[in-house]
Write a protein that binds this ligand. Structure first.
Ligand code: CMC
Length: 392
């Protein structure tokens, strides 16, 4: 008999782990709001750092608050020179998500005197450091995989421009920022900034509930995001589209195999625990996919395959009965590819996008007097008490 326990809820399908004032989702209606503002309006009018402020502090910043915040982030972009050696110890084949989580964990070793999660000034500083340095670490993971030299951040540029230069610039020639890429990437990152209690955010909150520092909590969140059922889906979608193209198999045949659950395959980028309607982010990403590819003059057959997959799936009983629609990851990969990012960087881009949401949740949980160390119950289904074997 177990005491003090009355709910068995695998995957937390029915249990609220917390109260939260950050993000609202209505999965049946396909509604997403950050701090009360509709995602469609935010995506049309805001920028990554402005949304980060909104999520973290609860209100839109004034012009001067935003300018000061951007300036602080800009001032913290440099990595400690020693941390650069960390990258040389890793194989160039390392998955950038592994590099990212390990480097974020390692970041805490440089700031041991300012990690106290109960000290608001230290938390503030850790937060700025993370917002500033995560994109730099991400770009270095990318450069490392290419065997190219790391660039120093160029703080005369804005946040997104700087990130693009760190990824696509090189030491031999000047880098020309493409405003089409800047706008599109900013929009994609905004769409990823928060999504209430998903697996990685819940991980960040759980690790934070032990009073672990912000770097340790965010590193854990990055690892949770890595899996193909979560953030790793954007990489998995492109791999899936590439396989369909290369195999010559028709799209409808592939969908038949998904429905037959052959080898457990799923239509990656489809389905969501909360949305039982079209994911509002996916709608916006789909619009961007056409615009960005047209602006860049890229014609990608993978986009045609994705659209055909969507068309077939949305009209198919299997997907309709289970209420499976494209999610945010379905079209992002095609855009990232057109921008020049390798497939293995896609989930890293998701992590940069999600960072403000993780921070906002970590702070919210930290400030909530109802927060206790996270400690789920279990239903014990093992052996009944039995004697130790005689003579053993
Ligand atoms: N393709 C084919 N069948 C699917 C899919 C899919 N993508 N997703 C769910 N199903 C089926 C599943 O097999 C099950 O069928 P049945 O009733 O016959 O057993 C039914 O739909 C319910 O699925 P579930 O696994 O119980 O649903 P869940 O809420 O636990 O899982 C999910 C949600 C997102 C993990 C799942 O839909 C999935 O694996 N999708 C593909 C991966 C993906 O795109 N992930 C990104 C999620 S959005 C971005 C993010 O938050 O990271």
């Amino acid at each position: 008999k177990q005491t003090g326990f009355n709910a068995y809820d695998p995957g937390f399908v029915n249990t609220a782990s917390t109260r939260s004032a950050i993000t609202y989702i209505d999965g049946d209606e396909g509604i997403l709001r950050y701090r009360g503002y509709a995602i469609e309006e935010i995506a049309a009018h805001s920028t990554y750092l402005e949304v980060a402020w909104l999520l973290i502090y609860g209100e839109l910043p004034t012009q001067s608050e935003l300018a000061e915040f951007s300036e602080k982030v800009r001032r913290h972009t440099l990595l400690h020179e020693d941390l650069k050696h960390f990258f040389s110890a890793l194989p160039h084949t390392a998955h950038p998500m592994s590099v990212l989580s390990a480097a974020v964990s390692a970041l805490s070793t440089y700031y041991e005197d300012s990690l106290d999660p109960r000290n608001p000034e230290m938390v503030e500083l850790s937060m700025i450091r993370l917002l500033a340095k995560l994109p730099v670490i991400a770009a270095y993971a990318h450069k490392k995989s290419l065997g190219q030299a790391f660039l120093y951040p160029d703080n005369s540029l804005d946040f997104i421009e700087n990130f693009l230069k760190l990824n696509f610039g090189n030491l031999a020639e000047p880098y020309q920022v493409n405003p089409v890429l800047v706008k599109a990437l900013d929009r994609l990152l905004i769409l990823h900034e928060d999504h209430e209690q998903n697996a990685s955010t819940s991980t960040v909150r759980l690790v934070g509930s032990t009073e672990a520092n912000l770097f340790a909590s965010i590193s854990a969140g990055i690892n949770a995001l890595y899996g193909p059922l979560h953030g790793g889906a954007n990489e998995a979608v492109l791999t899936m589209l590439g396989r369909i193209r290369d195999s010559g198999e028709s799209v409808s045949k592939f969908v038949e195999r998904v429905k037959a659950k052959e080898d457990g395959i799923r239509l990656m980028g489809f389905g969501h625990r909360v949305y039982k309607n079209y994911d509002p982010r996916a709608k916006l990403v789909k619009e961007s996919a056409d615009e960005v590819l047209a602006d860049l003059g890229v014609k990608d057959p993978l986009l045609d395959i994705a659209k055909e997959l969507e068309e077939i799936a949305l009209n198919d009983d299997y997907f309709q009965e289970r209420r499976l629609y494209p999610n945010v990851d379905f079209y992002t990969g095609v855009i990232y590819k057109a921008m020049g990012f390798p497939t293995r960087m896609f989930t890293v881009l998701f992590a940069i996008g999600r960072l403000p949401g993780w921070i906002a949740h970590w702070r919210e949980a930290n400030a909530d007097p109802a927060t206790k160390i996270g400690r789920p119950q279990q239903l014990y289904v093992g052996p009944a008490p039995r004697p130790w074997p005689a003579g053993r």
